[in-house]
Design a protein around this ligand. Structure first.
Ligand code: SF4
Length: 346
C-alpha cells in the first residue's frame, strides 16, 4: 500500500463514517446511493434514500414502478435525469441480467446514468474489486494532495487526476480505502477551509506543504450564466390546478408542471384561445430558480376559472387537487408555488 492509502485506511477506521444506511449493503443500494449523492450532500440524501428503498426494495420493484412513481420519490432532489436513468437502468437489469445487478464493470457502464467513477465505486464498495474512483470530492482531494493545477473538468487535468487515482490505489482493502477517500473529501478536505490539522495525508500533501490549499483545485473558468424567462400559468378551479407532464428529456423531464410560456402575452393568448372563462386573474410574486447552467426567472400568473372546462384535460395533462399535486412528481419551484397557493386557500 502507498503511504497515502495506509494513512487514509487507518484514519477511516477511527474517524470515518460507519453508519451511512447504504454501507455494507448490496450493489443495488450502493448504486442508488452513488446516484443520489451526485451533486447532493449526504444529509439531504439520507431521507430520500430511505423512502426510496422502502418503496422500491429491489431492482425488480423499481423496474415495475411507473416513471411517475419513481419521480415522485425523487421530487425535490433535483437533477431528475438521475431518477429517470435509474428507472430505465432497472428495467434493463431485469431484462438483460435477470434482475441481478451486474458484477462486471463494463456491463455497468452500459447502463444509463452510470459513468466510470460510479461503476468503479460500485465495484469497489459492493464487490471489493480493485477500481479507482474520481467523483467531485475525490477530484478535490487529489488535486490538492498531488498539487495538480487546472480546472478538474478539463480533459487533460482530468486525465492526470485519473492517473493519480490509479497510482495511489492499494492492492487490497479497496472498499475501506474508497470509503476513506470519500469520507476525507466530505469531512476533512472540504471545499472551503479544509481541516488540514486533522488530515491523515497532511505530511505528503503538496497543497498543504506549499500553502496552496485555497488555490487548489483551480476553480472553473467563469462565464456569464445565461438568464431565461418563463411564465407559469396557474389555472385554478376550486382547489384544483391544471398540471402538464413535461417531455421526457430537458429540464424537469417527465415531471408535472403548470403550463409554461415564454411570457405573459403568450400565456394570455393561449388562455383566450382555449375558450375557458376566467373569474379573476392575478400575478403572483416573480422569483428566480437557479440551475447549474442558467437562471430561470419565473413569473406565475394565476387565473381562477368561473367553471371547469367541459372537456377533460388533454392527454398529458390533468386537474389535481393542490394537496394531491404536492405528492406528485413535481420540481422544487412548483412545490413552492403550490405551497403558497395552499397557504392562501387556508
Ligand atoms: Fe486536503 Fe489539507 Fe489533507 Fe491536503 S492536508 S489533503 S489540503 S485536508
Amino acid at each position: 500500500m502507498s503511504g497515502f492509502a495506509v494513512h487514509l485506511t487507518r484514519w477511516q477506521r477511527k474517524h470515518g463514517r460507519h453508519d451511512l444506511p447504504w454501507q455494507g449493503k448490496d450493489a443495488y443500494r450502493v448504486w442508488l446511493s452513488e446516484i443520489m449523492l451526485q451533486q447532493t450532500q449526504v444529509a439531504t440524501v439520507i431521507p430520500y434514500y430511505q423512502r426510496f428503498v422502502a418503496a422500491f426494495p429491489t431492482v425488480a420493484a423499481l423496474a415495475a414502478a411507473s416513471e411517475d412513481e419513481v419521480l415522485a420519490h425523487w421530487s425535490g432532489l433535483g437533477y431528475y435525469a438521475r431518477g429517470r436513468n435509474l428507472h430505465k437502468a432497472a428495467q434493463i437489469i431485469l431484462e438483460k441480467h435477470h434482475g441481478e445487478f451486474p458484477r462486471v464493470f463494463e456491463q455497468m457502464l452500459e447502463l444509463p446514468g452510470i459513468g466510470r467513477s460510479t461503476a468503479a465505486a460500485i465495484c469497489a464498495l459492493a464487490f471489493h474489486e480493485r477500481r479507482a474512483i474520481l467523483d467531485g470530492n475525490v477530484r478535490r482531494v487529489l488535486a490538492r494532495y498531488s498539487g495538480i493545477a487546472g480546472w478538474t473538468g478539463n480533459k487533460v487535468v482530468e486525465e492526470k487526476l485519473w492517473r493519480q487515482a490509479e497510482a495511489l490505489l492499494p492492492q487490497r482493502d479497496v472498499a475501506s480505502y474508497t470509503q476513506a477517500l470519500m469520507d476525507l473529501g466530505a469531512t476533512v478536505c472540504t471545499r472551503s477551509q479544509p481541516k488540514c490539522n486533522e488530515c491523515p495525508a497532511q505530511a505528503g500533501c503538496i497543497a498543504f506543504n506549499t500553502g496552496r490549499t485555497n488555490e487548489l483545485p483551480t476553480p472553473r473558468p467563469k462565464k456569464a450564466v445565461p438568464e431565461r424567462h418563463a411564465t407559469f400559468l396557474l389555472l385554478m378551479h376550486g382547489n384544483d390546478i391544471l398540471l402538464e407532464k413535461r417531455p421526457g428529456s430537458g429540464i424537469w423531464g417527465g415531471l408535472w408542471c403548470p403550463p409554461q410560456f415564454d411570457d405573459e402575452a403568450a400565456a394570455r393568448e393561449w388562455f383566450m384561445r382555449s375558450g375557458m372563462a376566467a373569474s379573476e386573474g392575478e400575478r403572483l410574486e416573480a422569483f428566480i430558480h437557479t440551475f447549474t447552467h442558467f437562471k430561470l426567472h419565473i413569473m406565475p400568473l394565476k387565473i381562477r376559472l368561473s367553471r371547469k372546462p367541459a372537456h377533460a384535460a388533454q392527454p398529458g395533462s390533468l386537474w389535481l387537487d393542490v394537496e394531491e399535486a404536492l405528492r406528485a412528481a413535481i420540481p422544487t419551484p412548483v412545490r413552492s408555488l403550490l405551497k403558497e397557493l395552499n397557504r392562501r386557500m387556508g
